[in-house]
Design a protein around this ligand. Structure first.
Ligand code: ADP
Ligand code: ASP
Ligand code: MG
Length: 436
């Protein structure tokens, strides 16, 4: 079967989909785009994925009362949304949600003895399974012909649990096999994939953006639209900077930098699949769908028009001094980076000197403790917690100095187009202002 021409991908994230009113609003928004074959990619609603992570910890910690309460909260919250949407006709959808909750419970009962990454991936995507079940039923009930599609059978990955790698050829093949003849709207889960032998995998937190890009790439879509709780991409997080300005246009390359340095608005892996097929991406406001949003494509002409500021909070600084007082030559640096790779920890900044390497890392996890232990054999490790990393793309000195004023700079790195400075978190405000 051939898909209809001009496939568009819409992606709606948890920040936009929090309650029944948001799902109703999504239905209205979809009704404004008739006559086009669309694939809709959905995240879990609101903060469901965080709740599922806490449920997983309770299951693995044998904390039965906590586990029961958390599972019941998930069940109750989703059923309340179903009740608010469908009223007296809620029963078939409610039954499907109940079945998913029972399946989730069953997985936790049987998987607690398995390695955590595997257990994680078999359970954490139930937020997406529930949101897509509810939304596809709602769209169908609103008169939009819809088909629920299981992303675990569409996006083929390896078995690198929690950060699965896509098998592009196999995914393209699976999408070709889809029946597109009736041009129904496909509603599928972000964040999820599956191995060739049918195990569920996840693409990393925030990975629904990446799912939309994978599907667009493999379908050679005309455009991807990500509907967000902000009107578009800004030159700083508009929730933290009271005078951030919206970027009308930005290139793939610049957006990758922005995402890589920690701007949460878009998953860093989601740009390359679009860039390779030159598929434009629009980031638009879910709440004000008629406003133009920000366009991302190959055109770099507006990059650098304004500096871009990115905050990365709750950082840890590890400063390493060789115990044998050797110089920090390539062999030592290779050794240190090897430890990061083995433990699977990402450094948001690396700054080196003759007898020191400083690593700035995301907040502590079990993996961080393992890293410190491994490094301590050959290096004296000095650790500082609760730091804020400020990254400025295309910095001008006035802006950088203005943002640094009154704060102790604990580490710094600069190249031709990017400056990074690390400050104690308690010297950084909740609400910032870009100096002009
Ligand atoms: P979704 O659930 O739709 O994926 P996210 O919460 O992951 O949404 O991303 C949207 C959030 O990204 C916004 O609420 C905003 O606070 C944050 N954000 C960070 N940096 C930027 C930026 N430069 N421009 C716009 N939003 C940003
Ligand atoms: N629900 C997943 C998460 O919260 C994926 C996503 O939202 O993009 O990380
Ligand atoms: Mg997101």
């Amino acid at each position: 079967m051939h898909r209809c021409d001009m496939t568009q991908i819409f992606k709606f994230g948890g920040a936009s989909l929090r309650d029944a009113d948001d799902i109703r609003h999504l239905g209205h928004l979809m009704a404004d785009f008739p006559g086009r074959p669309l694939v809709v990619v959905l995240s879990a609603m609101g903060k469901t994925t965080n709740a599922l992570e806490a449920l997983l910890d309770a299951a693995r910690g044998n904390d039965e009362a906590n586990y029961r309460e958390r599972l019941e909260n998930l069940r109750r919250d989703h059923l309340a949304i179903v009740g608010a949407l469908f009223g007296s006709k809620a029963s078939p959808v409610a039954q499907r949600v109940e079945a998913l909750i029972a399946e989730l419970d069953q997985h936790h009962r049987t998987l607690a003895k398995h390695a955590r990454p595997f257990h994680y991936d078999q359970t954490i995507g139930f937020g997406e399974l529930m949101s897509t079940t509810i939304v596809s039923a709602w769209l169908e009930a609103s008169g939009i012909a819809t088909r629920w599609q299981d992303a675990r059978r569409l996006i083929v990955t390896d078995d690198c649990y929690q950060a699965a790698n896509v098998d592009w050829a196999a995914t393209t093949e699976r999408l070709r096999e889809l029946a597109w003849d009736d041009c129904r709207l496909l509603v599928t889960q972000g964040f999820l994939g599956g191995t060739q032998d049918g195990q569920t995998t996840t693409l990393g937190r925030g990975g629904s953006d990446y799912s939309a890009a994978i599907l667009a790439h493999c379908l050679e879509a005309e455009r991807v639209t990500m509907w967000k709780d902000v009107p578009g991409l800004f030159n700083a997080d508009p929730r933290r900077f009271d005078n951030a300005t919206q970027l009308e246009h930005i290139s793939y390359a610049e957006t990758i930098e922005l995402a890589w340095h920690g701007a949460k608005v878009i998953h860093p892996k989601s740009l390359a699949p679009l860039q390779r097929k030159r598929i434009p991406l629009t980031v638009r406001s879910f709440k004000a769908p008629r406003t133009p949003g920000s366009t991302i494509d190959a055109d770099p002409r507006h990059d650098g028009d304004v500096p871009i500021v990115i905050l990365r909070e709750a950082q840890i600084l590890l400063t390493l001094y060789p115990r044998d007082f050797a110089l920090m030559d390539e062999a030592h640096q290779h050794d240190i980076l090897g430890h990061l790779v083995r433990v699977g920890v990402h450094a948001s900044m690396i700054d080196s000197a003759a007898m020191r390497v400083s690593l700035c890392l995301d907040r502590p996890t079990g993996r961080l403790e393992a890293l410190v232990e491994a490094l301590s054999a050959d290096y004296r490790v000095v650790r500082r917690n609760n730091l804020t990393l400020l990254t400025v793309r295309h910095p001008d000195d006035g802006l950088l100095e203005g943002l640094s004023a009154g704060r102790d700079c604990l580490a710094e790195r600069r190249n031709a187009d990017t400056a990074q400075r690390l400050f104690p978190g308690d010297q950084c405000p909740e609400s910032w202002h870009l100096p002009t």
